[in-house]
Ligand binder design. Structure first.
Ligand code: GLY
Ligand code: MN
Ligand code: MN
Length: 442
C-alpha cells in the first residue's frame, strides 16, 4: 500500500486556501508538489511532499500542481494530479486520480497533470501578477515560462496576463510562521516521539558503544511510529566530534569520560521537532564537563525565560549570550571584547551559531527574523528552538585549553502562547543531575 495520498482534516486546508485566495486579489499562485523522488541510478529515494503544497492541500502524492486564483467566479482552486494508471500504480502505488482528488480535497476543479500546460494559459488570463518560485521543478518552470511569454504577447494587445513574478513565500511564510491549533498538536506529537527516541538512546550509553548504535536505538523509536522519519540527519557526536556543528558521520565509538552530543529529532505528520541533549557516556559529568554544561543549561533557561509575546526574537539570543559570556568569564576564559556579548567575536569562537530558528513543516522553518531592519517581536503561535552551546575544539589554547574537546549544546522547542511561552520538550531533562540519572551509572 502506498504511503502517498490524502491525509485527513480537509477543512483546515480549505480554510488556508481561502485565506490565500483573499490575499491574492487579482493575482494567481502556482505551487508544484516537490519533484518526484530524487533518484540514485534507477532506485528511488523517499519522497517528501513540498511544505507549501502540503500546507494548502494536505495531499502527499508527487506529480501534482495547485493553481490558486484570487479572481474570477469559477475555478479559483484548481489542482492537477497524476491520472489513474494501472501499470504505474503496480510499481509506484495507488493514485487518487482527478475525480476522487477533487471530491476529497474540496478544490473547485481537478485535471490530469498532462493538461497543466494548456490550462495554465487559460487560468492566468486576467491575473495581474503570478506568485511562483522559479527553479523548483524544471517541467513546471518551462510551462510557466511559456504561459508568461504567451501572456506578454497577448497582453500588449489586450492588457491581459501577469506582468510580475513574485515568490509565494511573500504570502505563505507569514501564515506558516503562526501555527494553528492542529499544527501545534502535530509539533507536540513530534516532540513526544523525539523525547522517546532520546530516552531509548540514553539507555544504550556505555563505554565503547558506537555512535551508529546509539543512532540506531534512537531512530528505531521514530521508525516504529507510522509516518515518522528523522527530521534531519541525526547528529550523534562523541568527544571532540561535538565541536563539528553538523557532524553526522556517526562512525566513532564513545568512551567513558566523554560526552555525547545528540542533536536528533523526529518528523511526524510532516512536522519537525529539533532537540539536542548532551549526555555523559558513563552517567557522570567530570567537574570540567559539568562546569561547561551548567553554563549552557543556564543560558538555555535564561533564553526561554526572556521569550514572551512582544519580545524581539533577538532578545532571546541576547539573553543566552549574556549567560554564556559571564559563564566563560567565571571559568577564566574571556569571551567579550567590551561590547555586548552577542556582538563579541570572542564569544563567537565558542558559540558560533544563533540561539533560535523557527520550527514547523521544516526544521529551519520559514519566516523573517527581522522586519524593516528591526528584530521581529514574538507572537502567539510562533514556534522556535532555543539551542545555546559551547564548543572547545581540540586545539583550544590559552585559558580554554583545559576544556579542549568538550562540546555541549542543549536544544528545546518553544511555543509562544497568549501570555508567555511553553517549552514543548521540557519533559526530556536538561538539569545536569537529572541527565546523569537518566543515563544511570554505567
Ligand atoms: N538540527 C539542526 C539545528 O539544530 O539547527
Ligand atoms: Mn535547531
Ligand atoms: Mn538541532
Amino acid at each position: 500500500m502506498s504511503t502517498h495520498g490524502f491525509e485527513p482534516a480537509a477543512d483546515i486546508f480549505r480554510e488556508r486556501r481561502a485565506l490565500v485566495l483573499d490575499a491574492l486579489g487579482d493575482a494567481a499562485m502556482v505551487l508544484p508538489a516537490a519533484a518526484d523522488a530524487c533518484r540514485r541510478g534507477a532506485d528511488p529515494s523517499p519522497y517528501r511532499p513540498d511544505s507549501e503544497f502540503f500546507y494548502l492541500t494536505g495531499f502527499t502524492e508527487p506529480g501534482s500542481v495547485l493553481v490558486l486564483r484570487g479572481f474570477g467566479e469559477l475555478r479559483r482552486s484548481v489542482l492537477f494530479v497524476r491520472p489513474r494508471d494501472k501499470t504505474a500504480e503496480l510499481w509506484g502505488g495507488k493514485r487518487l486520480g482527478p475525480e476522487a482528488a477533487r471530491e476529497r480535497l474540496g478544490v473547485d476543479a481537478c485535471h490530469p497533470l498532462d493538461e497543466f500546460g494548456q490550462e495554465l494559459g487559460i487560468l492566468l488570463k486576467g491575473a495581474s501578477r503570478l506568485f511562483f518560485r522559479l527553479g523548483s521543478d524544471p517541467w513546471v518552470d518551462r510551462l510557466v515560462r511559456g504561459a508568461l511569454a504567451h501572456a506578454r504577447a497577448r497582453g500588449a494587445r489586450k492588457g491581459l496576463g501577469p506582468r510580475g513574478v513574485i515568490d509565494p513565500g511573500e504570502t505563505l511564510d507569514e501564515m506558516r510562521l503562526r501555527k494553528d491549533a492542529g499544527e501545534v498538536e502535530s509539533l507536540r506529537n513530534a516532540a513526544a516521539l523525539t523525547i522517546a527516541g532520546h530516552r531509548a538512546l540514553a539507555a544504550e550509553l556505555r563505554s565503547g558503544v558506537g555512535e551508529w548504535e546509539l543512532q540506531a536505538a534512537l531512530e528505531a523509536v521514530f521508525r516504529r511510529r507510522r509516518g515518522s522519519t528523522p527530521a534531519y540527519p541525526s547528529i550523534v557526536a562523541s568527544g571532540a566530534n561535538a565541536c563539528v556543528l553538523h557532524y553526522s558521520e556517526n562512525r566513532s565509538r564513545a568512551w567513558a569520560g566523554e560526552l555525547v552530543l545528540v542533536d536528533a529529532a523526529a518528523e511526524l505528520g510532516h512536522y519537525c521537532a529539533d532537540v539536542t541533549r548532551t549526555y555523559p557516556v558513563d552517567g557522570r559529568f567530570t567537574p570540567d564537563q559539568r562546569a561547561v554544561y551548567e553554563i549552557v543549561d543556564e543560558a538555555r533557561a535564561a533564553a526561554i525565560a526572556a521569550a514572551a509575546p512582544g519580545v524581539p526574537v533577538s532578545s532571546v539570543h541576547g539573553a543566552a549570550c549574556d549567560v554564556l559570556a559571564d559563564g566563560l568569564a567565571s571559568l577564566g576564559v574571556p569571551a567579550t571584547n567590551g561590547g555586548k556579548p552577542e556582538e563579541s567575536t570572542a564569544l563567537r569562537r565558542f558559540f558560533p551559531h544563533q540561539t533560535s530558528h523557527w520550527l514547523g513543516l521544516e526544521t529551519h522553518d520559514v519566516g523573517d527574523y527581522s522586519i524593516g531592519g528591526a528584530s521581529r517581536p514574538l507572537e502567539e503561535g510562533m514556534v522556535f528552538t532555543v539551542e545555546p552551546g559551547l564548543y572547545f575544539s581540540e586545539d583550544a589554547d590559552g585559558s580554554a585549553a583545559r576544556f579542549a574537546g568538550i562540546g555541549v549544546r542543549i536544544e528545546d522547542d518553544v511555543l509562544v502562547t497568549a501570555s508567555g511561552v511553553e517549552n514543548l520538550t521540557a519533559e526530556l531533562p536538561t538539569e545536569a543531575s537529572a541527565v546523569e540519572a537518566l543515563v544511570g551509572a554505567r
